[in-house]
Design a protein around this ligand. Sequence first.
Ligand SMILES: Nc1ncnc2c1ncn2[C@@H]1O[C@H](COP(=O)(O)OP(=O)(O)OP(=O)(O)O)[C@@H](O)[C@H]1O
Ligand SMILES: [Mg+2]
Length: 500
Amino acid sequence: MKEFWTSLASLMGVFAFGQTILQTVFPPELRFASVKFFNRVFNWFSSYCYFDITETDGVNTNELYNAVQLYLSSSASVTGSRLSLSRAINSSAFTFGLSNNDCLVDTFNGVTALWEHVVMQRQSQTFSWRPLPEEKRGFTLRIKKKDKPLILDSYLDFVMEKANEIRRKNQDRLLYTNPRGGSLDSRGHPWDAVPFKHPSTFETLAMDPAKKSEIMADLRDFADGESFYQKTGRAWKRGYLLFGPPGTGKSSMIAAMANYLGYDIYDLELTEVHTNSELRKLLMKTSSKSIIVIEDIDCSINFASRKKPAGKTHHAPASPDMRGESGSVGEDCGNSITLSGLLNFTDGLWSCCGSERIFVFTTNHIEKLDPALLRSGRMDMHIFMSHCSFPAVKILLKNYLGLEEGDLEDGVVKELEEVIEKAEMTPADVSEVLIKNRRDKGKAVKELVEALKGRVERRKGISKDVEEEEQEKRALETPKEGSEFLENCKNGGDEEEKIN
Ligand SMILES: Nc1ncnc2c1ncn2[C@@H]1O[C@H](COP(=O)(O)OP(=O)(O)OP(=O)(O)O)[C@@H](O)[C@H]1O
Ligand SMILES: [Mg+2]
């Protein structure tokens, strides 16, 4: 090790000395060319090559820089005596990194890589649309020339992968939103992130246990299915359509999915996005291991516009990008996202940039959705979030009151079983009753049974009213038997007309 540092220092010394000589001996006009020449000669004889990984690649932040920083923070072979310590806003762990101009040696498959953290003051504020940081930061990676293929083919991927792992372990989930539609912020990001701390899990989710297990198994298969997707030539993504009345747990299910898999959530506000190309840009800026959510899909995009005959729309000729699946132009309403744009987002070639992503759409009105969205192969799984069932109510009683089925009196269990399906009460409504009375378990259960019974009665009353209304309607629509007078009048009138 000592030898390595001595030889490095002597080489650098020779290099610096050479440059000084050149600068004093040659006139300024020849200096640049001579330094270039000297560098070439130096590189020719050196058995090392160098890679600069700067913090920004001109416009965008360089993901590799952040990954290297995180990766090195976990390296056990830290040689630097001074380390920088940090803790991200949403992180639950401290990370340490290399201080300015410090070095660290890492080994990978028997190959040595030397990392140097280089920090330089920015010379002058060059023109830019957004303020640039005062310092230019970067890592310089020095490796032996013969190790170049291994480092470029595997090591950098390994670094990225490890960094992602550390990020996931250290950080709580992130929830991204697109408040500016598809436009970028000063750092070149269209998404704003906040820590995602939703406590919903599959344990707390009240639904049929068999259905729940099926969904969990599907998610697990997906997350572990890299080789399967590779083998079958499919993009590593999956789509879920959650539908059901308000308050049945669609959003809670998304949170449970994210917590189960440890994925981030991108909550896409489709009404803020104005064009299909903006939508594509947003997609490109999502990371893998994430869930991309579009809530209330029926309200986000005007599917009805597709059914209009093309001739009836008074728009300027649209770009192919703006054409619906049937070729019609998406109705504006200040929003020219089309169904085809949305389907390209989830299904097209662009959907595969990045991998291991889940798309979740939610709706309260599945009947309003365009059949193109429901066709097989579009959304892999359609999940109906139903009103509260008996197994679901048992989960809620356990979660909110800590009561198991055995803790309840037989009569109460029977009553619950009888009324729960007929009451058509949502888990949100049931939760409300239980929370309100959670200090008195007995009272909570009693009130729940009463609320359910009340709901059944009201539903009976409503259905009775509806039935009566329908009967009346039918009676008005169909002419009553024996109302010959009316019939005669009608016929007579017709004849009169004919005669005249
Ligand atoms: N299946 C469920 N299991 C557990 N809690 C639930 C369930 N459904 C609803 N809740 C409770 O009701 C609240 C509202 O549920 P949630 O927001 O998930 O419903 P939603 O189906 O997304 O409704 P909307 O269609 O209005 O968006 C949640 O905070 C949760 O506490
Ligand atoms: Mg919701």
